[in-house]
Design a protein around this ligand. Sequence first.
Ligand SMILES: Cc1cc2nc3c(=O)[nH]c(=O)nc-3n(C[C@H](O)[C@H](O)[C@H](O)COP(=O)(O)O)c2cc1C
Length: 239
Amino acid sequence: MRIAIINGSPRGKDSCTMRMAVPLSQGMTDAGAQVNVLHLAELKPLPCRGCFSCWFRTPEKCVIDDGYNEALASIAVAELIVFAGPLYHYHMPGLMKNFLDRTITMAEPWMVPDQSRGGISKHPPRGKTINSVMLVSPCGFPEVRHFKPYSDWFKAYAQMTGLKWAGEVLRPMGELLRAEEMQPRLAGYYTDLRAAGAEVVREGALRPETEIKLQRSLVEGGAEEFRAMANRHFAKILG
Ligand SMILES: Cc1cc2nc3c(=O)[nH]c(=O)nc-3n(C[C@H](O)[C@H](O)[C@H](O)COP(=O)(O)O)c2cc1C
């Protein structure tokens, strides 16, 4: 299985997102997959101009010369796409949205009924390689329900575009992944992430119980302890 991880964190390689994605991809590799990571903070994709040149004048190619076409060529050969990035205002960061909007290059303009989904209209995909999608996301707050709008949106996106949903790895308290003093307490979490990566490759999707296990609190006292820790940290910075 070929897998592309799209890292949409503006922090790039030094992000909570990558602290999740690295062990996950190690597990994927353990299970025999080939993993390719695209850091959008390096690509800096510009917004789609809505010119539809990629449909009518330069088929498949975006006219914006910012490296998008080359980056897409490297991920379009994957069967599984992992959208990895932080939760920003209950949704994806702008970098990720810029990239996602540009992937309109991957569809043909025709409107056809999708018989497998009750005849709803869709644009046929140009390539048939990508068949499933997965979400990986850290957030700042301690409760997993902050992800609900984003998770619901992503599942709907997968369904509407005819992609199989391969699961989600959601990480409340995400900033703890970058705290050096936390690292000894995170060994078990990273081991579970690695096992989850292998699970996705072997089974085609994460098991629901694996998703829930990976959402567990990283501190014993749950949200209350986490808020107190965070507020002490903020007070120290603010002086
Ligand atoms: C502009 C902005 C918006 C954010 N919005 C949310 C939010 O809606 N909910 C939340 O829990 N955290 C929010 N956060 C916190 C990030 O999700 C959190 O810091 C995450 O761990 C960053 O991951 P990264 O290092 O991979 O970029 C926001 C951060 C920024 C900078």
